[in-house]
Design a protein around this ligand. Structure first.
Ligand code: NAD
Ligand code: UDP
Ligand code: UDP
Length: 338
């Protein structure tokens, strides 16, 4: 097999570099897998805005070209339709690995987390790039520790309906650490907690997108189970800031990236009523199996080592996604009737 020498990893945008130097830095070449998706496309916006060249690798499983359409024509964006389960050769400085079927509706049958992560680690190894894995709070399973700190090992059912996702991400973390320890690859691991914002998939069954879409369509808000289970919801721009700080910083992680504000699903429904439609009805539905009872990040580590914490509360963030949702929902309705 051809051995291609590692390129020297160079970046001068660590947290302590003065602004003047930052402005003059050479643009990096960055791969974002899953960059046509919800989080990925917001990340791409930030990387392009700061002057980097971005290669998005996405198979459009849940992502959409429209999420990146505003960059078409910009020579610093390249969009490749490719499934990361297949190997790919690229020459880059950094890899943000987001590709993943990320919702219960989509993730059940897919080896992306394991095989896709292995391929991207292989790529990082070959070109000497820094690799960031977007893992998930689901690695904590139905947690027996609250809030969850990175030191908690989790309570995950290895054979349940969610296992492909949470065990898949746990395996991805293991592979990432093995490439780091065994082969000296520079890696970063983020454990992302529930995130919402514009461009969220409309039909993937996540609670925030469901409630917002339901309220806009004048349908009842579907609360699963008794609605007393909790989640902590983070606005997407806070997450993107955390991901970039993690990539540029000196610490491997894992780091929890989430908003510690904790809400029951009934409270979330109330906030959606306040913000969108006070007359929205609530309808109870049976819950899915293995649904975690509570989830709230302990973000002390990210605060201390990355100087990061979320700045946008749920009541501030929800209104920021309404116009995007309204446009997509009522645009879709027009398409259907046309
Ligand atoms: P998303 O579904 O919008 O984005 C995932 C992207 O990956 C999509 O564009 C999809 O087309 C692409 N993709 C899926 N399988 C692929 C494959 N085999 N090859 C190439 N591309 C593929 O989801 P998101 O919310 O933007 O999630 C991004 C990442 O963040 C995921 O890794 C997810 O696990 C992680 N995460 C998200 C949340 C959240 O609340 N949004 C929470 C925890 C972790
Ligand atoms: N890989 C890739 N792009 C690259 C280098 C590797 O997709 O630029 C894939 C490669 O096909 C393999 C995986 O990444 O399936 C792991 O590669 P590595 O070199 O670490 O393992 P090996 O090929 O030695 O088993
Ligand atoms: N949920 C709900 N109504 C919905 C969709 C989800 O009550 O229409 C609940 C779901 O049972 C879970 C919580 O909301 O307890 C968060 O679900 P989501 O799929 O958004 O995120 P995750 O379970 O992955 O944290």
């Amino acid at each position: 097999r051809n051995v291609i020498p590692h390129r020297h990893y160079h970046t001068n945008i660590g947290g302590k570099v003065p602004l003047g130097v930052m402005n003059k830095r050479k643009g990096l070449r960055i791969v974002v897998t899953g960059g046509a998706g919800f989080v990925g496309s917001h990340l791409v916006d930030r990387l392009i805005a700061r002057g980097d060249s971005v290669i998005v690798v996405d198979n459009f499983f849940t992502g959409r070209k429209e999420n990146l359409a505003h960059h078409f024509g910009n020579p610093r964006l390249e969009l490749i339709r490719h499934d990361v389960v297949q190997p790919i050769l690229l020459e880059v400085d950094q890899i943000y690995h987001l590709a993943c079927p990320a919702s219960p509706v989509h993730y059940k049958f897919n080896p992306t987390n394991v095989v896709g992560t292995l391929n991207m680690l292989g790529l990082a190894k070959r070109v000497g790039a820094r690799f960031l894995l977007t893992s998930t709070s689901e690695v904590y399973g139905d947690p027996l520790q609250h809030p969850q700190a990175e030191t908690y090992w989790g309570n995950v059912n290895p054979i349940g309906v969610r296992s492909c996702y949470d065990e898949g991400k746990r395996t991805a973390e293991t592979l990432t650490m093995d490439y780091h320890r065994g082969l000296g690859i520079e890696v970063r691991i983020a454990r992302i907690f529930n995130t919402y914002g514009p461009r969220m998939c409309l039909d993937d069954g996540r609670v925030v997108s469901n409630f917002v879409a339901q309220a806009l369509r004048k349908e009842p808000l579907t609360v699963y189970g008794d609605g007393k289970q909790t989640r902590s919801f983070q606005y997407v721009s806070d997450l993107v800031e955390g991901l970039i700080r993690l990539m540029e910083g000196e610490h491997v992680g894992p780091f929890n990236l989430g908003n510690p504000g904790e809400f029951t699903m009934l409270e979330l429904a109330q906030v959606v009523q306040e913000v969108i439609d006070p007359n929205a009805k609530i309808e109870f539905r049976p819950n899915t199996a293995d649904d975690p009872h509570m989830r709230k990040p302990d973000i002390s580590k990210a605060k201390e080592l990355l100087g990061w914490e979320p700045t946008i509360s749920l009541r501030q963030g929800l209104p920021l996604m309404i116009s995007d949702f309204r446009q997509r929902i009522f645009g879709e309705l027009r398409d259907v009737s046309a």
